[in-house]
Design a protein around this ligand. Structure first.
Ligand code: ZN
Length: 128
């Protein structure tokens, strides 16, 4: 897995984060089934519940483009250790991929590779 194009896209997206409240800028980039990369930043709101994470923005962009099968996701923050996707994003991603390679990176160069199944082993699903 060549992570570098995804990391570069996530870093570039992070530069466009709108995070005036938390000052926690995040960029995420998804590799989709057709080889395309969909990247996004977090976008906050003065009503905290309306803030949207980078990962969910990226997944919504890809799904809105008709792409429903992510193959990998990279997330860039300035957190040490690198921040993993939040619970909301894990549930959003698992809607489209039961498992997914995840690379979390920080601006200091620290990296951790994991999978969605590892960090979200028991997602919600509708009964039946
Ligand atoms: Zn999130």
């Amino acid at each position: 897995m060549d992570w570098e194009p995804l990391v570069a896209a996530a870093r570039a997206a992070r530069e466009r984060a709108y995070a005036p409240y938390s000052h926690f800028a995040v960029g995420a980039a998804l590799l989709m089934e057709d080889g395309s990369i969909h990247a996004a930043a977090n976008v906050e709101n003065c009503i905290p519940a309306l803030s949207i994470c980078a990962e969910r923005n990226a997944m919504s962009a890809a799904a809105s483009a008709g792409l429903r099968r992510p193959r990998a996701v990279a997330v860039v923050t300035d957190a040490s250790p690198p921040a993993r996707p939040c619970g909301l994003c894990r549930q959003t991603l698992v809607e489209f991929a039961k498992d997914l390679p995840i690379l979390v990176v920080n601006v200091h160069g620290d990296r951790e590779e994991t999978t969605l199944a590892e960090i979200f082993p028991q997602p919600f699903s509708l009964p039946g």
